[in-house]
Design a protein around this ligand. Structure first.
Ligand code: SAH
Ligand code: SF4
Length: 345
């Protein structure tokens, strides 16, 4: 006889867990206790939830499970970054990268297996979309990192800059953001969670209306529509101006800014003229600019920008008054740097 598959409780909200235990004839607050055990205390075995009776622990274990993505392999970079290759229930693989930083560490998580946007400079883009992640698989990444002891410090920022276009998997991503930011659970403030988009304008507008609004990062990557459409096919549907209009209307409380990511591709979008055009585009927006020198990938046909041009690009933006940072490629030696998250063989 095959045992019936147990339902995974990871990814359920507090209200859903309360309803579930009530259906079992238990008082609703038991659901709240389970929720607190999972997300606040990172307890992932019913038998260790000491505030539940032994009989309830057994009943839960008979019907349900608490399953996270499992670790397939990990690599540590000389700079301290840790790339985790995680396996999902159906055997698909995603990557999750831990990046230690001086003030607060960052966990870069995936939102999809592959990506449908197909940016020509991005390794994930060459995979196409395999499938969306569920809310359980998205929140399962930080939960795994925190519960497994893989990361040295339990408090970290979260950026959705791994595999996938988060706004193409809107509902699951938003459910994960609500779970991650819930003060009664994982309690990672929405100000410490960043959703990065390639420019899904409808998604940016929808994000703006959510009850919990995370930080927004926009991968701009070009200063004119012709270049951007070549690099990012999605720009044919949503042009730069439409994207920036949605950004202008994005609700930002005090001190919050939109991050604009700009991958510098040698000879393609890294000229001083590009920098000046970019400054004109972003004028008046509460913007922070993150420049990233393209991480080399032999299959994609681009070249790494010259350091002098990168420097000049940055200086022009700074002279125009923009907070501009050159993102260090972290974990480049283990292929964990951005855009290298397609499965390495
Ligand atoms: N799909 C979302 C989030 C994941 S991509 C988005 O595009 O924003 C995360 C970032 O990595 C994006 O800013 C993207 O432009 C950048 N990126 C992709 N490939 C890269 C590469 N080879 N080198 C440097 N940055 C890259
Ligand atoms: Fe997808 Fe982002 Fe890569 Fe573009 S850069 S293919 S949107 S993951």
């Amino acid at each position: 006889m095959t045992t019936p598959k147990r339902t995974n409780l990871i990814g359920l909200s507090e209200a859903e867990l309360m309803e579930l235990v009530q259906e079992m004839g238990e008082p609703g607050y038991r659901g709240r206790q389970i929720y607190h055990s999972i997300y606040a205390r990172k307890i992932l075995e019913f038998s260790r939830m000491s505030d539940l009776s032994a009989s309830l622990q057994r009943e839960l274990a008979g019907k349900f499970c608490l399953a996270l993505p499992s670790l397939c392999s990990q690599r540590r970079s000389a700079d301290g970054a840790v790339k985790m290759l995680l396996s999902l229930e159906d055997g698909q693989k995603i990557e999750c990268v831990y990046i230690p930083e001086a003030r607060r560490d960052t966990l870069c998580i995936s939102s999809q297996v592959g990506c449908a946007v197909g940016c020509t400079f991005c390794a994930t883009g060459t995979m196409g979309l395999r499938r969306n992640l569920t809310a359980a698989e998205i929140v399962g990444q930080p939960l795994f990192a925190a519960a497994s002891g893989m990361v040295p410090r339990p408090a970290f920022n979260i950026v959705m800059m791994g595999m996938g276009e988060p706004l193409h998997n809107f509902d699951a991503v938003m459910k994960a953001v609500r779970l991650l930011s819930d003060p009664a659970g994982m309690a990672i403030s929405h100000r410490k969670i960043t959703v990065s988009t390639s420019g899904v304008v409808s998604g940016v507008r929808k994000l703006a209306r959510q009850p919990v609004v995370p930080n927004l990062a926009v991968s701009l990557n070009a200063s004119d529509d012709r270049t951007r459409s070549e690099l990012m096919p999605l720009n044919r549907k949503w042009k730069i101006e439409a994207l920036l209009d949605a950004c202008r209307e994005f609700p930002l409380d005090s001190r919050r800014r939109i991050t604009f990511e700009y991958v510098l591709l040698g000879g393609v979008n890294d000229s001083p003229e590009d920098a000046r055009r970019l400054a004109r585009l972003l004028r008046g927006l509460p913007a922070k600019i993150n420049l990233i020198a393209w991480n080399f990938n032999p299959d994609l046909g681009f070249v790494v920008p010259e350091p002098g041009r990168v420097q000049r690009f940055k200086e022009i933006l700074q002279e125009k008054g923009f907070s501009t940072f050159l993102r260090k490629p972290r974990g480049a030696d283990i292929y964990a740097a951005c855009g290298q998250l397609a499965l390495q063989r």
